[in-house]
Design a protein around this ligand. Sequence first.
Ligand code: AMP
Ligand code: MG
Length: 484
Amino acid sequence: MFQFDHSLARELEGFYVPVQAAKPRVPRMVAWNAPLAEALGLPQADETQWAAWLSGAEEVPGSQPIALTYAGHQFGHFNPQLGDGRALLLGEVIAPGGARFDLQFKGSGPTPFSRQGDGKSALGPALREYLMSEAMAALGVPTTRSLAVVATGEGVWRDTPHPAGVLTRVAASHLRVGSFEWAAAHKGRQAVERLADYALARHFPDRMEARNRPLALLEAVTEAQAALVAQWLSIGFVHGVMNTDNVTISGETIDYGPCAFLDAYAHDQVFSSIDRGGRYAYGNQPVVCRWNLYQLASALIEAIVAVDEGDNEAARQLLDGFGTRFEGHWIAAMRRKLGLTRTDDGDVALAQALFQALEGQGADFTRLFRALAASLSEGYGAVAAEVTDPAALQHWWDQWQARLASEPLDPDERAARMNAVNPLYIARNHLTDAALAEAEAGNMAPFEELLALVRQPFTRRAGMERYEHGAPDGAPAHVTYCGT
Ligand code: AMP
Ligand code: MG
């Protein structure tokens, strides 16, 4: 049976409202993550039963559905009242290893926070979150996971009619920067302190003994987010809507609405239809991450200085140090991607020079790093084939070769290590869109094929060549939309 706990409901009275999920009549399981269910220690049941539970048709035994309240800066503008407008927290499960996870419905109907929305989710975007989050998990990036997508048998209107679905999301928690902004804006210092203590105990328990707990939380989240965004950049991931309500306290990637993986590398690449200013462009993500952490600091600052006035300065220094902290994570990831096991003072400049040389070359981000590994045995030609101007990377490649001369590994070993961190298969935009369109039309085969590949992204599979290539020439530019 389910063994739910409800620590958030118990300890954070006032931060949520109880809400019941809408009850669909004919739920049908569309994507079931059996390995994740097992890892969480969930009970054995057949898919029909799971579909009934994970659609809201039958109450999940022991659950206590609540909608969380939060605020957030959306594209730089503060909205003091957001909240789960189409999501419900069922409760927390403790996995066999002892880790605590939220189970949350997304698309389960309206809540007091739905504003003008219908509280529903179209099936395609729910499956998109499933696919993307599984791909990220397989790439080793901290992320929320997806337990199931159930079609409800109903429809939703998103410019055109779509079948509706409910996604069950699994997260270390659903606390976000916007949760603290809400507490600071509406409830004052003591509520912020209560929330900070809850978050620290849940996500960073080894820091509970810190002299200044709100400051310790700010430090821990800064570290987690710097590490996370560095990983995003290293795999060409564009989150697309880094509003403060979509920034977790745990450091997990959350909210796979308008996200996408880069096709051709461009520092300023944007996919989202609403991000006209490029605020959430690929290369701007570290800048926005720091901006978001400033909002967290603003929400925490009263609590921080209440412990020690002088810690105002400590908080400032922490945020001033974000760039250095981020760069440390970024260059560590880039060294792995470039097959560098030792450190050299010139490595940051070398990695930056690669991206400068790539600008405007139309090089597929994912393929390029596999080509670099191939070039260790095949020579520069393997790289030249990936860029518009075949000579564009020659100078950089020569510099890289010179740098590799001080490295211990032989070329085969180095290539193997590079290929173990540089994926062959990502959720490519044109393939994802095609698979989701098929899924909404009732054919799950392309989705399942793509999912199987991105779950083992480093291993080449025979007969799957088309998954290694970008969209054919002349294909329309990829555009993503917010609403799941
Ligand atoms: P997001 O951009 O997905 O992070 O959502 C921002 C806010 O809008 C959150 O408070 C969501 O719960 C809410 N929201 C988004 N879509 C819907 C919807 N279809 N119905 C109700 N609320 C929604
Ligand atoms: Mg959100």
